[in-house]
Design a protein around this ligand. Structure first.
Ligand code: HEM
Length: 220
């Protein structure tokens, strides 16, 4: 099996030249020798995002985004789908972990003042990524359509109501009507499964491109 795998890998590598790319960017890439364990938080946040995309794709095979079926479909995933409970738990726990890690990553950056020239845009794109992470958690919370999700969404969407003049308009826009209902669920579902992940992927691409440009903040 391993001989077959290495022969296949050799065949691919001969054509696509993957090894030099992996060596340059991963295995032989120089990183600052002063980098502490706190330097892992950005990479771990990315790992959490990838786990969320993967487990989210699996959950999507059974989840139904309509009020009459949403709760039942999540219950079905947890008790009838093989390993469904595990995939659902990983999705929920990783969502919480990602928020903690992104906060710790931002805190490290703030503590070492890495937001200063030439890394202002790393910081700004980071703040957007933090907001998107919270947005993903908030929209995902409604999807199981439990009492907690319902009231969480009701309280959460009430907050922008405090904005002068346009507050009420924002609340109605977020709820897709006057109350939390099927329209809200459909809207949050669309935000959660593709609109926010797509925007987050674009900002992550920008974040990483800029980190590549400036290099990491410590001396090599
Ligand atoms: C989904 C969220 C995020 C992901 C996946 C992410 C990922 C990363 C990665 C992999 C790095 C390079 C390694 C490191 O220095 O840790 C990095 C660096 C950086 N990030 Fe983030 N990040 C996120 C959110 C944030 C936030 C919330 C901020 C600040 C508000 C931020 C600001 C920065 C800055 C300034 C750097 C450069 C650090 C340096 O040069 O040492 N990022 N990010």
């Amino acid at each position: 099996m391993s001989r077959w795998l290495s022969a296949t890998w050799g065949w691919m590598d001969e054509r696509f030249h993957v090894t030099p790319l992996v060596e340059k960017n991963v295995t032989k890439k120089l990183v600052p020798c002063t980098l502490s364990w706190a330097g892992c938080f950005g990479g771990l946040s990315l790992l959490c995002f990838l786990v969320q995309v993967f487990t989210g794709m699996l959950l999507l095979m059974y989840y139904k985004p309509v009020p009459d079926a949403a709760w039942d479909s999540v219950a079905f995933i947890k008790s009838n789908v093989p390993m469904g409970w595990l995939v659902q738990r990983i999705h929920v726990v990783t969502a919480n972990l990602m928020i903690v890690l992104v906060i710790m990553h931002g805190a490290r950056v703030a503590y070492y003042k890495i937001f200063r020239k030439p890394r202002e845009l790393h910081w700004i794109s980071g703040v957007v990524l933090f907001s998107l992470t919270l947005g993903l958690a908030f929209t995902g919370y409604l999807l199981p359509w439990t009492q907690l999700s319902y009231w969480g969404a009701k309280v959460g969407t009430e907050i922008p109501g405090g904005v002068p003049v346009i507050g009420e308009m924002i609340v109605t826009w977020m709820r897709r009507g006057d109350t939390i209902g099927g329209e809200t669920l459909g809207f949050f579902f669309a935000l959660h499964i593709w609109i926010l992940p797509a925007i987050a992927s674009a900002f992550m691409g920008m974040h990483f491109m800029m980190i590549r440009r400036t290099g990491i903040s410590r001396p090599l």
